[in-house]
Design a binder for this molecule. Structure first.
Ligand SMILES: Nc1ncnc2c1ncn2[C@@H]1O[C@H](COP(=O)(O)OP(=O)(O)OP(=O)(O)O)[C@@H](O)[C@H]1O
Length: 307
C-alpha cells in the first residue's frame, strides 16, 4: 500500500544544534504511528515540519503524494494538528468553541456538528460550561473534537495525554482507537512507552536526531530479546542442581534462589524445562514467563538514558 505520509531524509538545525538528522518515516493510511522520544528529542520540530509550520534544511515530506512545501493549501485540507498547547478558548463553553471553529472552517450546519461532536466525545453534560472550568482530560477531549471539524483524514497529535491522570489517559486512548476504527490515520508523538505500546501499529524511536529503531510494538520488543522463564527455588542447592540440568539453555542468575532461563521457542521450552526438573525431582517454588517490554528496548537502545 502507498504510504499516506512519507518523510524523506529530513534535516533540521537550530543554529549549531542538529535537531533532526536524516529522518525518514512512512505511515500507512488508517494506521496509528507513534513517534517516541525523550524531552527535547525533536518530536514537535518534526511534526511542525510535516504539517508545514516550519521549513526543514533538507529533505521533503509527502502527504497523500502531495509535497507539503509546494502544495500546502491542498495538504492542509487533509489533516488537523493538535499542538501541545491547547487551541481551545477558555472564556467560551465547549459548545461555543466547536461552533466557532466549525464556522471558521465553513462547515455546513455548524451547530448540529457541534452537538454531534459533544456526544461523540462524551462532553454533552459539560457543553454549557466555560472551558476554564474543564478538567485536563475534558480539555484534551474537546481539543480532539475540534480537530475533527472538517472531517480530516489525518490527525497529528502532539503528546495528546501528557499531564493527564491514568483514568483520563485511558479514556483518551479509547477515543483514539475509535478514531482509527473510523478510518483516520493518526500520527502522534509521545514520551510514554506504554502509550506507544497500547496504541501504535508502528513505532519510531527518535534519539539523537535519528530514528534509532522502528517497527510494530511486538517487533520492537523482540529487539530486547526473547521471553524468559523465571524460576524461584526454596534453596540454593535446588538452584545449583537445576543449573546442571539446564546446560542447553541460556541461564541468568538473579539471586541465590532464582534464575531466568531464555525461551527460544516459548511454550515448548517451558514444558521441556519443567519436565526436565520434575523428572529429576526438583520443584521450583514458583515460576513465571516474562516478556520483554518497551522499557527493556529503550534501555537497550539508549544504554540507560532516561525517557
Ligand atoms: N525555534 C527554536 N529555536 C531554537 N531551538 C529550538 C527551537 N525549537 C526547538 N528547539 C530545540 O530543538 C530541540 C528539540 O525540541 P522539540 O520541541 O522538537 O523536542 P520534543 O521532542 O518535542 O520535546 P518535548 O517532549 O519536551 O516537547 C530542543 O533542544 C529545543 O530546545
Amino acid at each position: 500500500m502507498t504510504p499516506i505520509i512519507e518523510v524523506k531524509n529530513i534535516k533540521k538545525r537550530f543554529k549549531k544544534q542538529l535537531v533532526l538528522d536524516s529522518v525518514s518515516i512512512e505511515v500507512q493510511p488508517g494506521s496509528i504511528y507513534a513517534l517516541l522520544g525523550a524531552n527535547g528529542a525533536g518530536k514537535s520540530t518534526l511534526l511542525k515540519i510535516i504539517t508545514g509550520l516550519l521549513d526543514s534544511d533538507q529533505g521533503n515530506v509527502l502527504v497523500n503524494n502531495l509535497t507539503v512545501t509546494k502544495d500546502l493549501r491542498q495538504v492542509q485540507q487533509l489533516f488537523s494538528f493538535s499542538a501541545q498547547t491547547s487551541s481551545v478558548d477558555d472564556i467560551l463553553t465547549g459548545y461555543e468553541n466547536l461552533v466557532l471553529i466549525a464556522k471558521l472552517r465553513h462547515v455546513a450546519h455548524p451547530k448540529q456538528l457541534a452537538l454531534d461532536l459533544l456526544v461523540q466525545f462524551k462532553l454533552t453534560d459539560a457543553a454549557k460550561k466555560r472551558v476554564a472550568d474543564y478538567s485536563g482530560g475534558m480539555r484534551r477531549r474537546l481539543d480532539l473534537a475540534m480537530s475533527l471539524v472538517g472531517n480530516p483524514e489525518i490527525l497529528f497529535l502532539d503528546e495528546p495525554t501528557t499531564g493527564l491522570d491514568p483514568s483520563s489517559r485511558n479514556d483518551l486512548w479509547q477515543t483514539i482507537r475509535e478514531l482509527k476504527s473510523q478510518g483516520k490515520t493518526i500520527f502522534l508523538t509521545t514520551q510514554y512507552l506504554e502509550e506507544a505500546d497500547q496504541l501504535a501499529d508502528k513505532i519510531g524511536f527518535l534519539g539523537e536526531g535519528k530514528i534509532i529503531a522502528t517497527g510494530t510494538p511486538s517487533e520492537m520488543k523482540h529487539l530486547a530479546g526473547s521471553e524468559k522463564l523465571q524460576l524461584i527455588f526454596l534453596t540454593s542447592e535446588q538452584l545449583a542442581q537445576a543449573q546442571t540440568l539446564l546446560t542447553d539453555f541460556k541461564v541468568q542468575l538473579i539471586d541465590e534462589v532464582s534464575i531466568n532461563v531464555e525461551l527460544p521457542d516459548s511454550m515448548q521450552s517451558v514444558l521441556k524445562i519443567l519436565h526436565l526438573l520434575s523428572t529429576n525431582e526438583i520443584e521450583p517454588n514458583t515460576f513465571q514467563v516474562t516478556s520483554p517490554t518497551l522499557d527493556d528496548v529503550f534501555l537497550k537502545l539508549t544504554k540507560g538514558a532516561s525517557l
